[in-house]
Design a protein around this ligand. Sequence first.
Ligand code: BTN
Length: 322
Amino acid sequence: MLKDKVITVLKSSDDFVSGEYLANQFGTSRMNISNIIKELSDDGYVFVKKTRKGYKLQSSPNILSVVEVSQYLDCENNLVYLEETTSTNEYMKELAKSGASDGTVVFTDHQTKGKGRLGKSFYSPKNCGIYLSYLYRPTCKLNELSTLTAQVAVAVARAIETVCGIKVAVKWVNDILLNGKKICGILTELAVIGENMTAEYAIVGIGINVNNEASDFKGELHKKAGSLYSETKKKYNRAELTGEVIKNLRKLFANEKAKDLDYYKEICLNIGKEVVFEKDGKTITGIAEGLDDNNALLVKVGEETITLVSGEVSIRGVDGYY
Ligand code: BTN
């Protein structure tokens, strides 16, 4: 896209770049370059414009795009940006079926039908969040993927710590919390090849509430959800955070056997707390004692220890359960 090429040149130059140079470089007219500069200004880029000298970029907006995100990555391959989509996981499913390669990332500014776990929806308003899906084509057996989501949670938590300087907590199994408010959810969807029980692909979907106002979360969400901004009163650069998340995911999937679950244990909010969960239609209360090697939650209920592999678990004093 010509617009991407123009802003890439302007971003990499400390000096003025003339409209004539840009027009010659990209085989177009100066009028077209001037229209592109107008479009970029509408996107929020601020330019200083001088006659006979051209344009100099003064500041970039806090937006998502391939250009903005790839400046934080070594390689910009396999990045797909959509201004709006129903759900990046759904979009990725179509790409995966038509042969998209391992490591493809789809990210968007706005989802109209963001999907959460257990058939819930994921609130995905525009201009404030990060909604992305990563395509992973595993070469290992299905059972080796049991800790996948937990490792993804670590990748996201580390990215938030690096970019925002905030240490977040994880609520088993895959919610990321700050001050007890959910600021990120992860939804992993697997396509399994029936006979030999291998995974054809996994789509890892990550939604992060970055710059939302607290008042943005209405009704039920108001008690439970928050954003990095609502909890710290600081705005964060979404492109930089997206870049760091992608970098960490690339590292994670380049070495699929490596487990970095010590950090997960360190930030896991459940351990030592009273937790409540549903089992066989009954509500059970116990104390979360720890995690096993497969990242299953071990809950002491009376004399018995119950191993939870998946599901919803509430923690007393957190996420609306008291
Ligand atoms: C949850 O908390 O229940 C999981 C939420 C996952 C949300 C992300 S946003 C990007 C990707 N696309 C979706 O439709 N859902 C995931």
